[in-house]
Design a protein around this ligand. Structure first.
Ligand SMILES: Nc1ncnc2c1ncn2[C@@H]1O[C@H](COP(=O)(O)OP(=O)(O)OP(=O)(O)O)[C@@H](O)[C@H]1O
Length: 689
């Protein structure tokens, strides 16, 4: 190396490259022979860096030098000779241990996945390409303006000595003002357009995800609780868009800024620039350690937060039960324990933060002192002016921030990969239900036949079958009753008719056609199910009655309410049909909720009505009125009831137990048979007497 430094300036770069390449080839073969496995790869990288760093650095100096100045070649002193190996080793340590240590242990497939996931998020920005082009153009213009502000500030300071012309001073101040204005304007435009683009992306992604969720089968919602699903839909989609967009923004901004600033800083003083660059890897190691330590804590904090939220909403939601068992103290203690846990995690996070800040400041201070000492000798030797030093110092802080921002953006994007893959896993999920058919006949008789239906709930163990080879018929214009002990399989039959699940074996046919051959909307209009605990949505009574219908007049709503014998109770309410039902119908009694559900079914004028304990909370008169009404139009009626008074009115009774049809017939036939139905009736009778 020392011999090379004595080479003539012309051609020196070529010699340096040749020497570097030869050194690389020799050391590469040497390490290949002596080492193996992981160490060999690490040494290969170190050797390449060690041999090529000097020619690369000198080529950079040559390209960035002022064209009017002659290239002087590398500084022929010992510290410069040591600088190459030192910075190469440091960079290698940062790369192997700090930045890429974790990723290197991961499988290649995971890396590929991450890249593909990020690219996929970027693809969702496609409709906003023009916005993005505008935003990135403003970003680059803003960065260019930002970069030149400190340079002109330094120039103006140098001119303050008054040795330059008034006009030049005026020009410099004018240019400084122009760059400052440009920076403010372009940054504002960039920020505004990015925000708009992000809002549009969020809207698109949320709409898409909500649409996909709506297509999923019921079992999906049994496996995935509403809380996590809605958090995926809201916070995760927001986080995903924000992280990718803002980090791409920060990454591009910081990279462009860094390159431009490096160019200006090298022009001011290459020695001070090298010192600044030493600070970065050290800060990167500390930052990386901090990120990996705080990642675990972040997860713990999220768990604690979810637990606290769950506990509070569970207690508040079940306040009636809590009050009636006088369990307020217990609940408070449990909530306090959860808060203590959260506090402990936050305390640890605080300690990490303090230590990290201290170490970071220490490194920054050390480098700054070293730099000032060097600057002093440069100024005294006339190689640096005071204005240039001020410009340099003005560049130094943003430069550190840029590199920090690049590292932070990288870390943040990586930490969002989990969230992104979860959102995409929902977006890509194919619903496990049969596609809807095309049938929508104008006339429907309403004959439903179960043919050897066997069904097990997807979440139940495979050997736990809810229905075993069930065959039965619901005749049009007749009332059929489904009775049996709890857990016998009555509600399972209803769920299959609603197509909430699909049977594993057998078929359910409506007028000779399997249920899935019918259009979904048509089927749910012609086959109405009213359950014991109907779900009402926040909104008015009318909204709940008309739910899912288009263009429904108030007269039609009133007519249906009259049929369900509910007109009187609704007229008695302050705002009648516009009365707010509260959250989940909380402002109504259970009986009133059942009334609304019955009106909701009747307004659709269905051909088949299934009443699954639908009138259990109504008084006897109301029950009778509802049954008379539903029976009046020649509909197919299926009643699931425990009250045998209602069952007795049925034309046909099916007794179902342990998922099998045990006996069927009319009330008289079954009583005469003295079988399971008879026993159930006797048992209920003795209970009442
Ligand atoms: N969502 C579900 N996931 C898994 N198993 C279920 C589910 N719903 C019901 N089961 C099981 O299926 C079987 C039949 O239940 P089903 O609700 O059809 O009975 P049922 O006759 O309607 O009872 P009840 O009269 O008490 O309403 C029971 O053993 C029950 O535990």
């Amino acid at each position: 190396g020392l011999v090379l430094l004595e080479c003539p300036t012309r051609g020196q770069l070529a010699v340096m490259w040749t020497y570097g390449a030869a050194k690389w080839a020799v050391l590469h073969s040497f390490t290949s022979m002596l080492t193996d496995g992981k160490h060999r790869a690490v040494l290969h990288r170190l050797v390449a860096l060690l041999c090529l760093i000097c020619p690369v650095f000198e080529s950079g100096r040559f390209l960035l030098k002022n064209p009017l100045e002659a290239y002087t070649g590398p500084s022929p002193n010992l510290s410069m000779l040591l600088l190459g190996p030192m910075s190469a080793s440091l960079a290698c340590v940062v790369w192997e241990k700090g930045l890429c240590g974790n990723q290197k242990t991961r499988k290649d497939a995971v890396k590929l996945d991450t890249k593909q996931l990020l690219l996929r998020v970027v693809k969702y920005f496609r409709p906003d390409t023009l916005h993005l082009i505008a935003a990135f153009s403003f970003l680059i213009l803003g960065v260019i303006c930002d970069t030149y502000i400190p340079l002109y500030q330094g120039m103006v300071i140098d001119m303050l000595r008054g040795e330059v012309l008034e006009v030049s001073f005026g020009n410099a101040v004018g240019q400084l003002a122009l760059f400052s204005l440009g920076s403010a304007m372009f940054s504002g435009l960039r920020g505004g357009i990015f925000m708009c683009t992000l809002a549009r992306l969020n809207k698109r992604l949320k709409h898409l995800l909500f649409h996909t969720l709506m297509q999923q089968e019921v079992h999906f919602f049994e496996e995935n609780k509403p809380g996590p699903l809605s958090s995926r839909l809201h916070s995760d989609v927001d986080k995903m868009g924000r992280t990718v967009a803002l980090n791409a923004n920060a990454l591009v901004r910081s990279t462009v800024k860094t390159v431009l600033m490096l160019r200006v800083m090298l022009g001011l003083s290459w020695e001070l620039t090298v010192l600044t660059c030493i600070e970065m890897p050290l800060l990167a190691i500390i930052q990386n350690k901090y990120i990996s330590l705080s990642k675990d804590l972040k997860e713990q904090m999220q768990d604690c937060q979810a637990q606290n939220k769950d506990q509070a909403s569970q207690t508040i939601g079940g306040i009636r039960t809590v009050r009636s068992f006088k369990a307020e103290e217990d609940e408070m203690r449990r909530y306090n324990e959860a808060l203590d846990q959260m506090c402990a995690v936050k305390r640890r996070s605080g300690i990490y933060r303090v230590t990290f800040c201290f170490l970071r400041r220490l490194v920054t201070l050390g480098i700054k002192i070293f730099m000032l000492l060097r600057a002093r000798s440069l100024i005294s030797s006339g190689r640096l002016s005071l204005g240039s030093l001020i410009s340099f110092l003005l560049y130094q802080k943003p430069m550190t921030n840029n590199l920090k921002e690049i590292l932070y953006s990288y870390g943040e994007t990586m930490s969002t990969v989990g969230v992104i893959s979860k959102v995409f896993s929902y977006l890509d999920r194919t619903p496990k239900c049969k596609r809807e058919g095309e049938l929508a006949p104008e006339e429907l008789e309403g004959r439903i036949v179960f043919r050897n239906v066997t069904f097990a709930y997807p979440s139940a163990p495979p050997d736990k079958v809810a229905l075993k080879s069930v065959s039965m018929e619901l005749q049009p214009g007749k009332m059929t009753a489904l009775v049996g002990p709890s857990g016998g399989g009555k509600t399972s039959c209803v769920s299959l008719m609603k197509r909430l699940y699909e049977p594993q074996e057998g078929q359910i046919v409506l007028d000779g056609e399997p249920l899935h051959h019918y259009k979904h909307k048509y089927l749910h209009q012609k086959l109405a199910v009213v359950s014991q605990n109907p779900v009402l949505f926040s909104g008015s009574l009318r909204y709940n009655i008309e739910y899912g219908l288009k263009d429904c007049s108030i007269e039609k709503v009133k007519e249906a309410a009259k049929k369900a014998n509910a007109d009187n109770f609704i007229s008695g309410l302050e705002n009648e049909y516009d009365t707010d039902v509260g959250e989940c119908g909380g402002k109504l009694s259970d009986g009133q909720k059942q009334c609304i559900a019955i009106i909701r079914a009747l307004i659709r004028d269905p051909q088949v009505i299934i009443l699954d304990e639908a009138t259990s909370k109504l008084d006897v008169d109301a029950q009778h009125a509802v049954l008379q009404e539903v029976l009046s139009c020649g509909r197919t009626i299926l009643v699931v009831a425990h009250q045998l008074k209602t069952v007795e009115m049925a034309d046909h009774i099916i007794f179902i137990e342990h998922g099998r049809v045990v006996e069927e017939g009319t009330h008289q036939e079954l009583m005469a048979k003295r079988g399971r139905y008879y026993c159930l009736k006797e048992a209920l009778f003795s209970q009442h007497s």
